[in-house]
Design a protein around this ligand. Structure first.
Ligand code: PMP
Length: 402
């Protein structure tokens, strides 16, 4: 029996109070923001100073480092020093790619998958070009998953990097991640593994010490946090291998005309004045989230999505791209109607959904589609949202099929 209270959760989001007619079904793109984030951001900008610079900024510095501790707890990082602030998942992947460029030799191999977001797909493609490495793009099966046997085949003594997502933003498919990591460790022990957790972080309990990858990345904005903030985490010894993407203040220890030495992690990878408001705001969000059983909240949102899939399946000419596991993402097309027509009319009726390529053109090619519609649910959604979606869909289909 769940004691998750969706009404209480929903109340925390001002958008859902002020915009009574809007049905927000695009949380996989970005989650709505709770009032505590807005309050915290306001507080920060009404105060003075930076962090880690002066005596008077001690209080802010404490909040800033507390947020790091909360992220370490959230994902069970080996230590707060293994939590590095970035501007988002995209920058975190780029930091790892640039940071490992020095380690790649011509002919080395980088393994990604056709299910990856452009943030992963393009970044590693460009690094492969830059380093004359070979890019290997793993195919996915009809359940949209990477098979261990396929991964094993792709590995070799030249495999240096294996990087893919844990949960897809297109279909919500969860990869058999522990098994895939195991396959890499057994067949290419020299390889470093990056997991794109941008979607996973809002849906799964991440325990990065239980998993055996090297790097994990995600963005705060998908977990009710602010824009412009992300996390790079992982094994300290792997993070130590990264050449900093950015150089500047606070990442250095001693600087003279003769010599420069760097600070230890996490600061070595955090040059410049950070996005302090975002970090402190995200800490506030994580504190607030702490009162909820996130697994129950997730089960509630997934149940809404699964009901939607069952109901959608009954329509003529519909095609769903379902994940093998229950998930909060509903990805679909109607074979007789253009995605853009549907999305235009649905959005005119207040349904906020995503239509297009979902920053994953190779994945769309695999699905045999130019674009799809995507509904993505969060625990602030309700069955009234599902009803509103189907009412709008029925009106739209009638109009378009007349
Ligand atoms: N990977 C996946 C799976 C994503 O869903 C996203 C966001 N859509 C990203 C990476 C990139 O995240 P961001 O744009 O916040 O850097």
């Amino acid at each position: 029996e769940s004691d998750f209270n969706p009404a209480l959760f929903r109340q925390a989001f001002p958008y859902l109070q002020s915009s009574a007619t809007s049905v927000y079904l695009d949380s996989a793109a970005t989650a709505l923001k709770p009032q505590v984030l807005i309050d915290s951001t306001l507080d920060f900008y009404q105060s003075a100073g930076s962090v880690h610079r002066s005596q008077y900024d001690a209080e802010q510095t404490a909040l800033y480092e507390q947020a790091r501790n909360l992220v370490a707890e959230l994902i069970n990082a080996p230590s707060p020093a293994a939590v590095i602030w970035t501007s988002g998942a995209t920058q975190a992947i780029n930091s790892v790619a640039h940071g490992l460029a020095h380690w790649l030799e011509p002919g080395d191999e980088i393994v990604i998958s056709e299910a990856d977001h452009h943030a992963n797909f393009v970044t590693w493609s460009m690094l492969a070009q830059q380093c004359a490495a070979r890019l290997i793009i793993l195919p996915i099966n009809d359940q949209w998953q990477i098979e261990s046997a396929v991964l094993r085949q792709a590995l070799s003594p030249r495999s240096k990097i294996v990087a893919f997502n844990m949960v897809s933003n297109v279909t919500g498919t969860e990869q058999p991640i522990a098994e895939l990591i195991n396959t890499v460790r057994q067949n290419a022990p020299q390889a470093l593994i990056l997991l794109d957790c941008a979607q996973a972080v809002a849906h799964l309990k991440l325990d990065i010490q239980a998993l055996d990858a090297d790097f994990y990345v995600f963005s705060a904005h998908k977990l009710y946090g602010p824009n412009g903030l992300g996390v790079l985490s992982g094994k300290p010894e792997s993070l130590e291998k990264l050449t900093p993407l950015l150089y500047g203040g606070k990442m250095v220890d001693r600087v003279s005309k003769q010599q420069i030495s760097f600070n230890p992690l996490p600061y070595r990878l955090e040059a410049g004045t950070p996005n302090i408001a975002a970090v402190i705001g995200f800490g506030t969000v994580l504190n607030w989230l702490g009162q909820y059983d996130l697994q129950q909240a997730e089960a509630y949102a997934v149940a809404l999505a699964e009901q939607t899939k069952v109901r959608l399946q009954r329509y003529d000419h519909v095609r769903l791209f379902n994940s093998p596991q229950p998930s909060s993402i509903v990805c679909f097309v109607f074979d007789d109607i253009a995605v853009s027509d549907l999305s235009t009319l649905l959005s005119e009726q207040g349904i906020a959904l995503r239509a297009g390529e979902h920053c994953a053109q190779p994945y769309l090619a695999r699905l045999g589609q130019k674009s799809t519609l995507r509904l993505s649910f969060a625990p602030y959604n309700t069955s009234a949202d599902v009803e509103a979606f189907f009412a709008a869909l029925d009106r739209t289909l009638t109009l378009l099929r007349e």
